[in-house]
Write a protein that binds this ligand. Sequence first.
Ligand SMILES: NC(=O)C1=CN([C@@H]2O[C@H](COP(=O)(O)OP(=O)(O)OC[C@H]3O[C@@H](n4cnc5c(N)ncnc54)[C@H](OP(=O)(O)O)[C@@H]3O)[C@@H](O)[C@H]2O)C=CC1
Ligand SMILES: O=C[C@H](O)[C@@H](O)[C@@H](O)[C@H](O)C(=O)O
Length: 315
Amino acid sequence: MAPTSFKLNTGQEMPAVGFGTWQAAPGEVAKAVETALKSGYKLIDAAYCYGNEDEVGAGLKAAFASGIKREDIFIMTKLWNTYSTRVSLGLEKSLKALGLDYVDLYLVHWPVGMNPNGNDDRFPKLPNGERDMLWDHDHIQTWKDMEKLVEGGKAKAIGVCNYSKVYLENLLKQAKIVPAINQIENHPALPQDEIVGYCKEKGIHVVAYSPLGSTGGPVMKAEPVVKIAEKKGVNTGTVLLSYHVARGSTVLAKSVTESRIVENLKIVDLDDKEMKALAELNKDNVTRYVYPPFGINFGFPDKASGKVMPNGVPA
Ligand SMILES: NC(=O)C1=CN([C@@H]2O[C@H](COP(=O)(O)OP(=O)(O)OC[C@H]3O[C@@H](n4cnc5c(N)ncnc54)[C@H](OP(=O)(O)O)[C@@H]3O)[C@@H](O)[C@H]2O)C=CC1
Ligand SMILES: O=C[C@H](O)[C@@H](O)[C@@H](O)[C@H](O)C(=O)O
């Protein structure tokens, strides 16, 4: 039987399936979060940059009012890049919007800094339209500030997102706290074997995002996925979500559609042959769906161009 949770290096149990809130349109996400929690999700993923933490908070409030207990739910949110030099403020703003006293896990959203005094709170731009980045920002300084939060108790644990092997290697050389998780884009069309293997070796739990291929769920149409789903009599989404649990990862799926929210809780066992067939998908032509235009080389083997940042890829 597929596991329903995984133990983190902090001792916390993290559910195997979580609910995503990115790109949930205004007016939809509060209801979606409430529906998700009432349907049995125990893990909610939020972020300051999604601009909807207050609505996520409304959904949490409604679910708690119906009898669901805060302590039974694992809630994580993320520090946005314009707060990379104001970590404590970033957490305070998220807690306020979510209506919470603490989060179970606070994550660095991307290992970059963006201008905190630019022309927008979340997405400051330069006159030429490029993102207003802090080019000399060292992601390890942000991590040191993240470490200080844990003592305060408002973040029970800390972790990262979008870290490649080389970024993580650099971080671990100076970290006092090993990140509890690394949240990365992951699906059979982007297996990320290098970083998944490295995280396993270091005791960092992998959390897979965009498991369906993000907006519109394009990976659901891939041939091996459709074939396995037909053979097992399940939906293609179930195959894609189950792929991560079989790999020992937590998976996050987003939907604002009630039937899909419920459907995405279903995980089935996949055997070695099925996992191998999924591994063959786009083997020589990986597809990454989420790669914002920061102009930075994050060190992922499939995207090795862009500017080199302090403590990023070697110059
Ligand atoms: N740390 C990071 O940088 C990132 C984190 N994330 C997190 O991961 C979560 C999941 O990733 P996300 O990019 O949202 O994409 P997903 O891979 O979860 O796909 C979401 C899309 O698939 C549709 N969908 C969901 N379930 C089904 C289903 N059963 N059948 C058919 N279509 C379906 C949704 O439509 P609809 O809603 O209309 O039902 C939506 O268009 C995010 O919401 C976010 O919380 C995501 C990206 C980056
Ligand atoms: O979490 C989801 C993604 O990382 C998202 O936060 C970014 O892609 C952001 O929209 C951006 O454009 O930089």
